[in-house]
Design a binder for this molecule. Structure first.
Ligand SMILES: NC(=O)c1ccc[n+]([C@@H]2O[C@H](COP(=O)([O-])OP(=O)(O)OC[C@H]3O[C@@H](n4cnc5c(N)ncnc54)[C@H](OP(=O)(O)O)[C@@H]3O)[C@@H](O)[C@H]2O)c1
Length: 326
């Protein structure tokens, strides 16, 4: 595996196996420095979402790189996502147009439905409790996603947080198959069945929270939310032992575990040394005994970090995608 490693998408295009996540980063200077560092190190894949409220910073930073001639548009893979209040036939296209304007791009490389449940439009300042779930028809939404490819606003389309049944429904009715499913996957939540289903159907899995998002409680505190319990994989004795054996960090072992399963990873960091560390994955391999040990660390649903159940009406919605705790 080299730093330029890519996976083939089912539409003939390619996705870099490693990207930079940007969830929770809205500070302009921190995000610009993170992206500059990432692009200098060799990252060519950036993940954002309309709901992260940072597309405009990414757009400004990318423009700087493109204007300087250091990179061309087609050398960077940019993903953004349709937020739940855009999961509506009359709102989807406008939201993508707004994302493109924020990103100062003519097209994105990948546009994902962020979550399988649509909501009523949000007003500025709305909090989680103001979000109202609506009935959601994936087939009519998917047709409008397909139109975005036909109109040139995105190269590829996909889903995020969708389960097997929901993907199967889209596959049965789609003109353009979903290229990717972005879901939470890490050592403690390996999602073996969902990953196999996606890969058997030619859908690339992108792992979010691949490190179990150890920083999420800092973010929750800023929003006035109580801390949640987290899977502390960075301090797992077995993961640390495997890391020592390869002279790598626990984070690098966790990311490599996913890459060796042909899963794309998008670790988020605003720390330049970590951005470099998370990219330095291409000069070692986990062996069969390491993989077996890492497989044995599975916890399952209890280790899920991003649980959207605090959103009003989500947990009881017919399109709630997650299994109950194992
Ligand atoms: N589709 C979805 O619903 C969804 C949900 C969640 C996330 N995502 C996407 O996936 C990306 C990644 O997931 P995530 O942000 O939830 O979590 P993550 O990448 O698993 O973890 C990010 C946290 O790990 C820290 N970190 C990064 N590299 C590290 C290292 N080498 N050693 C120790 N700590 C390290 C970061 O700290 P510093 O930044 O302080 O360095 C940050 O606190 C997101 O940013 C977002 O783009 C998508």
């Amino acid at each position: 595996m080299t730093s330029a490693d890519t996976y083939n998408l089912n539409n003939g295009l390619k996705i870099p196996a490693l990207g930079l996540g940007t969830f929770t980063v809205t500070d302009e200077k921190l995000l610009e420095t993170a992206i500059d560092t990432a692009l200098e190190v060799g990252y060519r894949h950036i993940d954002t979402a309309y709901i992260y409220r940072n597309e405009h910073i990414i757009g400004k930073t990318l423009k700087k790189w493109f204007d300087s001639g250091k990179l061309k548009r087609d050398q960077v893979f940019v993903t953004t996502k349709l937020s739940s209040d855009g999961v509506h036939p009359e709102r989807l296209e406008n939201q993508l147009k707004e994302s493109l304007k924020n990103l100062q791009l003519e097209y994105v490389d990948l546009y994902l439905i962020h979550f399988p449940i649509g909501t009523k439009p949000r007003a500025p300042g709305d909090t989680a409790t103001d979000i109202i779930a609506e009935p959601t028809d994936h087939i009519s939404i998917w047709k409008i996603m397909e139109k975005q490819v036909e109109d040139g606003r995105t190269k590829s389309i996909g889903v995020s947080n969708f389960n097997e049944k929901q993907i199967e429904n889209i596959l049965k009715n789609a003109k353009i198959k979903p290229a990717c499913n972005q879901v939470e996957v890490h050592v403690y939540l390996p999602q073996n069945s969902l990953v196999k289903f996606c890969q058997d159907n030619g859908i690339v899995v992108i792992a979010y929270s691949p490190l179990g998002n150890p920083g999420i409680n800092e973010f929750r505190a800023k929003l006035g939310r109580p801390p949640q319990s987290l899977p502390d994989m960075l301090n797992d004795t077995l993961i640390k032992q495997i890391a020592e054996k390869h002279k790598k960090s626990a984070a690098q072992v966790m990311l490599k575990f996913l890459l060796q399963r042909k899963i794309a990873v998008i670790p988020k960091s605003i720390t330049p040394s970590r951005i470099k560390e998370n990219f330095d994955l291409f000069n070692f391999s986990l062996d069969d005994s390491d993989l077996k040990l890492l497989d044995s660390l599975k916890v399952g649903e209890k280790a899920r970090v991003c649980n959207f159940s605090n959103l009003h009406g989500f947990k009881n919605h017919p399109e709630w995608p997650f299994p109950s705790e194992e």
